[in-house]
Design a protein around this ligand. Structure first.
Ligand code: TRP
Ligand code: ZN
Length: 473
């Protein structure tokens, strides 16, 4: 999706990397200047996130991923064909995609064979003809092999496309989309998705958005076609495969709702369906219109012990979620999925908000107030790790630190106390509306809070988000 800032970042990154501009091929344009092709350089290998320098790529902006995936659980073999529509944001002699593992058999750009090479997770593509700035192009990548999920590069264990006994558990935050498709794998480049997934008979494929069709496949098996027609960051894409019980319908408020559970959690299907619907409808009242075409949730039997807010289909790994965690993952549909971060240091905009939503849900249920939860956290010992880790500046080696969640939520509560309930809830709704389906930064949030409240909030945000010590309250 085109965002000026992303293009600018990419350009700055290109300059910073000192990427060489390839020499002119001799011919000149009719006005004497070199044609775009001759001036074209290489797209940067990263999108410009200082904490994750090789994540995403520079020089283009993806609009759409069309993914055709065949997967056989017994052999763990994946056959993929990805067609990516994008716009060049600079003249490009070559550009990169992120891809982890697999054998790439063929790459084309606008139908013409392209040269390609691999270096770590960078797949570098040289089109037959350079791309002019502003050119829309389609790159098609054919690849296959056994998916290799990422281990240990964050504090969350394994993530990405994780093979399971009956299929796959796919949760890819922060940069595991590349473990199952070639991607501009960074949240700053959102795109729409089509999924065509072929699996053996009896296996169900659950991807984002809505199911368009389910048909017998030519060579046996079943092909599921899903479409996510709203922009989505790459880490939220899923193709979760396995034996599932499904319950489909609408929430009381009229939002299509789909719950799915592994047979081992069959007894939790109705509760998952009902709570997900009820909580989605409640968040509509608090945060504003639901940003996507459907809601729901999936419980798989892979014992991840964690959940991920996959767009339209939060995933619960090996446990029956309670209301609090459902409230958390569904709040992410507004905060994280619709309003997405532009760089990983702002992760509290996702996790602080979703954690605060847990407090709001408890308050709504009459269990405990947000004030009580805030006080309890504030009473943590002076040497507690949340006080030395400022949540507004995440560390790449400890991205999902508890501080990002808990002190992030406390930041919102301190803000609510300062500006009052009316302005605070108006702020949450305005934030969700102004950046719907986009990307935003902490600076934009603090500016909006100051605008709506008419107050100077610099020292509040500085103490809560950026200082390595417990704020004075
Ligand atoms: N965003 C998830 C949550 O807050 C946590 C998470 C981060 C995660 N990376 C993940 C979950 C990878 C699964 C896989 O609930
Ligand atoms: Zn979360």
């Amino acid at each position: 999706m085109t965002r000026g800032a992303v293009a600018l970042l990419a350009t700055l990154n290109l300059l910073a990397c000192g990427a060489a501009v390839e020499p002119s091929k001799g011919s000149t344009g009719s006005d004497g200047s070199p044609p775009a092709a001759a001036r074209a350089g290489a797209g940067a290998p990263g999108i410009g996130d200082p904490h994750f320098p090789l994540d995403g790529n520079g020089g283009y902006d993806v609009a759409h991923y069309a993914l055709e995936i065949g997967y056989v659980p017994a052999s763990k073999h994946l056959d993929g064909e990805a067609t990516i529509r994008a716009t060049a944001t600079q003249p490009l002699s070559r550009f990169n995609l992120d891809l982890h593992g697999f054998k790439v058999s063929e790459v084309t750009v606008d139908g013409a064979a392209a040269r390609f090479s691999r270096d770590g997770d960078e797949l570098s593509v040289t089109p037959a003809k350079p791309l002019a700035q502003g050119a829309e192009f389609a790159v098609r990548v054919a690849y296959s092999g056994e998916p290799q999920p990422v281990r240990g590069s964050s504090n969350l264990g394994t993530y990405g496309f994780i093979p399971t006994k009956d299929g796959a558990f796919v949760t890819a935050e922060p940069n595991g989309a590349r473990t199952w498709f070639p991607a501009n794998d960074h949240p700053a480049d959102k795109a729409t998705f089509d999924f065509k997934i072929t699996v053996p008979r009896g296996v169900t494929a659950l991807a984002n958005g809505e199911l368009l069709s389910r048909k017998p496949a030519a060579g046996g098996g079943t092909t599921f076609t899903w479409r996510e027609s709203n922009p989505m960051v790459t880490y939220l894409a899923t193709a979760t495969l396995g034996k599932f019980r499904l319950r489909e319908g609408k929430t009381a408020g009229g939002i299509p709702n789909l719950a799915a559970t592994d047979p081992r959690y069959a007894g939790a299907l109705d509760k998952l369906y009902e709570r997900s619907g009820e909580i989605t409808d409640h968040w509509v009242k608090v945060f504003g219109p639901y940003p996507f075409g459907s809601t729901g949730g999936v419980i798989d039997d892979f014992s991840a012990g964690y959940a991920l807010e996959n767009q339209t289909k939060p995933m619960y790994g090996g446990f029956e979620p309670d209301e609090s965690i459902i409230a958390h993952e569904l709040a992410h549909q507004w905060f994280g999925n619709s309003v997405s971060i532009k760089r990983w240091k702002d992760l509290w905009l996702n996790e602080g908000f979703a954690t605060y939503a847990e407090w709001l849900w408890a308050e709504h249920r009459g269990d405990s107030t947000a004030e009580q939860r805030f006080r309890t956290a504030l009473n943590r010992a002076a040497d507690d790790a949340i006080w030395s880790y400022p949540p507004g500046d995440t560390r790449p080696d400890d991205l999902f630190h508890e501080s990002v969640y808990l002190r992030g939520a406390m930041t919102l509560h301190a803000l609510r106390q300062e500006i009052g309930d009316d302005t605070f809830f108006k702020l949450l709704r305005t934030w969700a509306a102004e950046h719907e389906h986009g990307n935003a930064t902490t600076d934009q949030f603090t500016a909006l809070a100051e605008r709506l409240s008419g107050k100077q909030l610099g020292s509040l945000f500085d103490a809560w988000l950026f200082q390595p010590r417990r704020p004075a309250v």
